[in-house]
Design a protein around this ligand. Structure first.
Ligand code: UDP
Ligand code: MG
Length: 324
């Protein structure tokens, strides 16, 4: 018998969880004969999320939860979920119904009918999303697809159903700086894309501020490609070449006695330009260095403070330590 494990990251989602649970009960009723496991990952919420998860897990044995000691981010929640589920089919989805639960049935049918390892969802439009966010998102995906080898499909969501083999492959990438959309692509496997129109959040608010999204974008680029490091080198070489040409021209200018090129403005421009480029280059190197530093420290991706499985007060502290 198939067992579908669903991983649901939650950060301050007290309004959305009950709505999501009701929608999922309908889907599970429709898909009789298949075992379900709903693993909610409380990513350090400070509202009533944990209390609701405790109640749901005592009420319905199919529901389990993990609760982090603080907010580690959605990527860490997905990783924690993957390391703690036992199904042969694994789904990752948001709790706010922006990932429609009805698609799970379609995904399951495709997994059975077609020879694929993963069925992933992608939005066909961005209706209802703030204009500036759409613009920045589109720009980011265009940019990352230009510079990284791993391509990310436009409108791709984390929402997907994958088989155990692919989930294990994703788990084998135990890096600290996680960019799941890139990791899902990087591991390969046959993926079928399922399109659906954008849905609005059922309750609560988005947890992604512009600042958080910018961090996510930087994480994505630094995590997926080292190309920007090469930009500094190229810019440096270009400037050196320009400098050499300028020196030659100034030399000729000086020798011919014209002396028109030595304007203060010109010198200032060169200083500012070179200084700026040097700082940008150092910033890019710093970005990579800081990520490398975090990887080298080898800290756990998440820390679990409480879970529905820790019946005798067992507290799992490390990502590698399973609660199940
Ligand atoms: N989320 C999380 N940790 C975070 C941010 C978000 O677990 O630090 C969860 C959130 O509860 C939701 C999902 O990730 O289930 C997607 O978040 P959200 O809906 O705020 O993102 P958006 O759909 O606006 O991109
Ligand atoms: Mg959402």
């Amino acid at each position: 018998m198939d067992k579908i494990s669903i991983i649901i990251p939650c950060l301050n989602e007290q309004e959305a969880i009950p709505v999501y649970y009701r929608a999922m009960v309908k889907v599970m009723d429709q898909m009789r004969g298949i075992a379900f496991e709903l693993l909610f990952v409380d990513d350090g919420s400070n509202d009533g999320t944990l209390e609701i998860l405790r109640n749901i897990s005592t009420m319905d044995r199919r529901c389990r939860y993990l609760s982090f000691s603080r907010n580690f981010g959605k990527e860490a929640a997905i990783y924690a979920g993957l390391s703690n589920v036992s199904g042969n089919l694994i789904v990752v989805m948001d709790v706010d119904l922006q990932d429609p639960p009805e698609l799970i049935l379609q995904m399951y049918q495709i997994m059975h009918r077609e020879d694929v390892d993963c069925v992933a969802a992608r939005r066909s439009d961005r209706k209802g999303e703030p204009g500036i966010r759409s613009l920045l998102s589109r720009g980011f995906y265009r940019c990352i697809n230009k510079i990284a080898h791993t391509q990310i499909v436009s409108g791709a969501r984390d929402f997907r159903m994958m088989n155990r083999q692919m989930a294990d492959a994703v788990l084998s990438l135990s890096e600290y700086n996680r960019f799941s959309k890139g990791i899902f692509q990087w591991v390969g496997f046959r993926t079928k894309w399922l399109e659906y129109p954008n849905a609005e959040r059922c309750a609560g608010e988005t947890k992604w501020s512009l600042r958080k999204l910018t961090g996510y974008a930087v994480e994505g680029i630094v995590g997926m490609t080292t190309e920007p490091l090469r930009w500094s080198l190229k810019a440096g070489m270009l400037l050196c070449a320009a400098g050499t040409v300028m020196a030659v021209v100034s030399g000729i200018d000086f020798m011919t006695g014209n002396n028109r090129m030595m304007g203060l403005l010109l010198i200032l421009c060169v200083i500012l330009l070179v200084g700026g480029l040097q700082l940008i280059s150092m910033g890019i190197i710093g970005e990579y260095l800081s990520k490398t530093y975090l990887e080298v420290k080898n800290r756990p991706v998440f820390i679990i403070k409480e879970s529905s499985d820790s019946v005798c007060g067992k507290v799992c502290r490390h990502s590698k330590e399973k609660t199940a």
